[in-house]
Every structure is written in structure tokens, then in C-alpha cells.
Design a binder for this molecule. Structure first.
Ligand code: F6R
Length: 266
């Protein structure tokens, strides 16, 4: 796993947007996997700026979101469809038909989840999956104990996640208890993963994700099994990592290689 530690949240947002923007330029028909929540907000703002100021073209980009609350329709202000419209899709030139967020009001969830997986396959799979991490170590809504081979399905949120997300709903009681979510297995099939994390509340989950054992108790730790993961963290989220110096040395070596001074890498 490549680990990049930025000074603060705005550094994480900038770096995240730089990776996504570079892919969109390199492959204008790319398939992006997207996350919601507080973490990627700044990155989406940066992508909007890149679209407006630098002409970053989303017209042929296809997106699949990780998850959605069960019971919330697209106009509910806390639905993830609403979040994506307001924080990204409405501000760039993406074709609405190319944006996919799981339907929290599907009539037959089992059939719908299978269909979501098929839609991803039919688009050729996800090129880059953006991920945040929950304070309990979840990716998407794969709560502790989720199978590391899981596919898109319904999942019950843990008390910790309900508590964390109550800030968006005003109270814990208002937070839906069920979500439709891509599985860990679905996420691991993406060609590249971009994991973003900010703030001290994520420090333990990030340590467990990057340096702990691979375990279904911390579903983000399954990313250790993926061949191409970039973790972009702020100082606070990286605080408990033991090998921070080594990650920095790796980045410095990488930079020397890119600037043509590879010979000095030891
Ligand atoms: C959201 C998602 C979740 C969040 C995680 C962190 O689509 O899949 O796994 O990434 O709960 O949320 P924030 O960024 O709000 O701390």
C-alpha cells in the first residue's frame, strides 16, 4: 500500500482530486467508484474547480457509488444520491445517465443488488474506487464482521456508525438502521483504490487498516490484499502509524525516480 501523509484535510482533498483528475484526463471514459460522507467533500469541491478552471471533462465518465440508506429517496437531503447531486454531479458536465447510486427504495433488494453488480461488470469494472473509512474500520457500509468476500447487499449499521452519522441527521433516532452497500469483495475488484482519511477520530481505524492484521473485524484491512491502493491521510489520521518514516522515505524515493534522479535511491 502506498501511504501519503499530507499536512491537513485540504492537502488530502487536493491530493485526492489530483489522482482522480489525472485518471479522468488519461482515460476520459473511466469508471469511478465514489464515496459520500465528510471526508471526500473537499476533494469533490476541488474536482468542481478543476472542471471550471481547467476544463476537466466528465462527459464520458461513469460513476458508481458505494452505498445508500434503505428507505431514503433521491430527494431526501440525507440520501447519498442527494449528496452526490449537490456536492459533485450538478456542478460538472457528467451525463446523469452515467451516474449510479444504489436505490434505497428498491422493491426487491436481492434482485436489485445483483443488478447493481451486473451494471458495474457491464461497464468493464471500476477503474478507481474512492473510499473513506469509518471509525470502526468499515469501508462502504461493511461493518465489522462482514465477510471479506461479500458482494452488494443489505447491511445493518452498527451503533458506532449510527452515532457517527447522527451529526448529519440531527439525532440518532433519525438515522436509518439499514443500508445497501457494495461488498468488500466488490471493492477489491476495483483496479485501484484511493483511501482518504482525516482527523484524530480515524487514527485507530487507520492504524488497524494499514498496519494491523487482515481481519473481518476491520473490513478496511482487506485493502492489504489489493495490489494497488493509495492511502492519503492527514497528520492526525496518520498519528498512530508506526512506519510513518518509512512511508515518507518511499514517497521521497518515488519522487527522485520521477524527476530522473533514480540512481540515488538506496
Ligand atoms: C460513504 C461510505 C462510508 C464513509 C465512512 C467515513 O459512502 O461508504 O464508509 O466513507 O463512514 O465517513 P466520513 O467521511 O463521514 O467520516
Amino acid at each position: 500500500m502506498r501511504v501519503i501523509v499530507e499536512q491537513d484535510q485540504s492537502g488530502v482533498s487536493r491530493m485526492g482530486a489530483a489522482f482522480v483528475g489525472a485518471l479522468v484526463r488519461r482515460k476520459p471514459t473511466c469508471v469511478l467508484g465514489l464515496a459520500t460522507g465528510g471526508t471526500p467533500l473537499g476533494m469533490y469541491a476541488d474536482l468542481i474547480r478543476m472542471h471550471r478552471e481547467e476544463g476537466l471533462d466528465f462527459s464520458r465518465v461513469v460513476t458508481f457509488n458505494l452505498d445508500e440508506y434503505v428507505g431514503l429517496g433521491p430527494t431526501h437531503p440525507q440520501s447519498y444520491r442527494y449528496f452526490m447531486q449537490h456536492n459533485l454531479f450538478d456542478h460538472v458536465n457528467i451525463d446523469p445517465r452515467n451516474t449510479h447510486v444504489p436505490d434505497g427504495r428498491a422493491l426487491d433488494f436481492e434482485a436489485y443488488c445483483e443488478q447493481y453488480e451486473k451494471m458495474i461488470r457491464d461497464e468493464g469494472g471500476i477503474d478507481l474506487q474512492v473510499l473513506g473509512v469509518g471509525s470502526d474500520g468499515h469501508i462502504a457500509f461493511n461493518e465489522p464482521g462482514s465477510s471479506l468476500g461479500s458482494r452488494t447487499r443489505l447491511k445493518t449499521l452498527t451503533e458506532e456508525t449510527v452515532r457517527d452519522n447522527a451529526r448529519f441527521f440531527g439525532s440518532e433516532d433519525a438515522v436509518p438502521r439499514l443500508a445497501i452497500t457494495m461488498g468488500v469483495g466488490t471493492i477489491l475488484e476495483s483496479r485501484q483504490c484511493l483511501l482518504l482519511a482525516c482527523g484524530s477520530t480515524k487514527a485507530r481505524a487507520i492504524r488497524d487498516t494499514i498496519e494491523g492484521p487482515v481481519t473481518a473485524q476491520v473490513t478496511a484491512s482487506a485493502l492489504q490484499l489489493h495490489r494497488d491502493v493509495i492511502a492519503v491521510l492527514d497528520q492526525e489520521a496518520a498519528r498512530l502509524l508506526e512506519r510513518r518514516d518509512y512511508y515518507r522515505q518511499m514517497e521521497e524515493a518515488q519522487e527522485r525516480l520521477q524527476t530522473g534522479h533514480g540512481g540515488v535511491v538506496r
